[in-house]
Design a protein around this ligand. Structure first.
Ligand code: MN
Length: 358
């Protein structure tokens, strides 16, 4: 029986701290509804004391998004807490997220804190009613082994009645790995953002965590993984933060194959070169990028998609023509160009001569 892992999304709070990103109230509500449909447990909707606009957006999300918890961030000062509490008061399940204690508490910069002092702070927060403790690697300085050891230590210290959460930043590219290590060492919640957007190098990416938990059997969530591709693309479109092409799960190249050996392997069985099935995350499927590293299998396959069965001679001729084109273009050959090569070659009466001619 897999353990249940809670997913706390902070796209609208930490994610909106991405340099250059500012979302309108309507955009925030739209993203919150997509996150609700995706199945996150908690949406951190904003930091209400920061601006009247953010406060209004949090309040509207609290009224309109009813099937998950709505959290608001506050520093441990009266005005912040009043603003946050006011903004989420109409939510079906309101959460106050205090950093520096009541429902969820984050000791900021936990990974660099002196361990005895960190335990004292957590103890005070729990005595005063905190039911979740969020361990933050605020500056992204931990490795998976270090972060896992810290989480195990805190889980032992607080006991089973308190949920330990992980909030990881990606300064060394380890936010997702650290989040998974946290779950493996006893954390019951992870905080993440869509596309890993957030301060500096960003936060742990919700799509990567969701796939890793599911495919590795590490934890069970409520997430509808088939929504991932559309969710990632719509957050990218709304925020203006492009998804790096080679990014895991959501990148444009995540299911694109370029080498002839890989293309041939994929045609025989996708598992040969795809650990993450595109259909799992709602992606359209794998895609072949045709370059001078591609081989005959991909060309034969492309011909079959055009309804053309190439004889071995014609395939050889089409391949020769394609390779010359690919070398000359020094990049990917557009599908339309390959298609025209295939169509021309298939119309030849005799390919023996064109092979010789090359
Ligand atoms: Mn953060």
């Amino acid at each position: 029986m897999q353990k249940r892992v809670r997913i706390f999304d902070t796209t609208l709070r930490d994610g909106e701290q991405t340099p250059g990103v500012h979302l309108t109230e309507t955009q925030k509500v739209d993203i919150a509804k997509a996150l609700e449909a995706f199945g996150v447990d908690t949406i951190e909707a904003g930091f209400p004391i920061s601006s009247p606009g953010d406060r209004a957006a949090v309040a509207r999300i609290a009224r309109e998004v009813r099937s998950c918890e709505i959290a608001a961030l506050a520093r441990c000062v009266q005005a912040d807490i009043a603003a946050a509490a006011g903004a989420v008061k109409d939510a079906a399940a309101p959460v106050l997220h205090l950093f520096l204690g009541v429902v969820q508490f984050t000791p900021e910069d936990s990974t660099r804190a002196e361990r005895t002092f960190l335990r004292q702070c957590i103890g005070v927060a729990i005595e005063n009613g905190a039911t979740r403790i969020n361990i933050a690697d605020t500056v992204g300085c931990a490795t998976p082994r270090e972060f896992g050891a810290l989480i195990r230590d805190i889980v032992q210290f607080v006991g089973p009645s308190v949920v330990i959460s992980a909030h990881c930043h990606n300064d060394m590219g380890m936010a997702t790995a650290n989040s998974i290590s946290a779950v493996e060492h006893g954390a019951g919640q992870v905080e993440a953002t869509v596309n890993g957007i957030g301060e500096r190098a960003g936060n742990a990416a919700i799509e990567e965590i969701a796939v890793a938990l599911a495919l590795k059997g590490i934890g069970k969530t409520r997430l509808d993984l088939a929504r991932i591709t559309n969710l990632c693309r719509s957050v990218s479109a709304v925020t203006g933060v492009q998804i790096q092409p080679n990014r895991a799960v959501a990148g444009d190249h995540a299911f694109a194959h370029s080498s002839g050996i890989h293309q041939d392997g994929i045609l025989k069985d996708p598992e040969n070169y795809e650990f993450v099935p595109p259909s799992l995350v709602g992606a359209p499927g794998h895609r072949f990028v045709l370059t001078a590293r591609s081989g005959r299998s991909a060309i034969a396959y492309r011909a079959t998609t055009l309804g053309i069965a190439l004889t071995p001679e014609k395939l050889a001729a089409a391949y020769n023509e394609f390779i010359l084109t690919a070398d000359a273009s020094r990049g990917a050959v557009p599908d339309a160009v390959l298609d025209s090569i295939i169509v021309q070659v298939s119309a030849h009466d005799d390919c023996a001569s064109c092979i010789v001619a090359k």
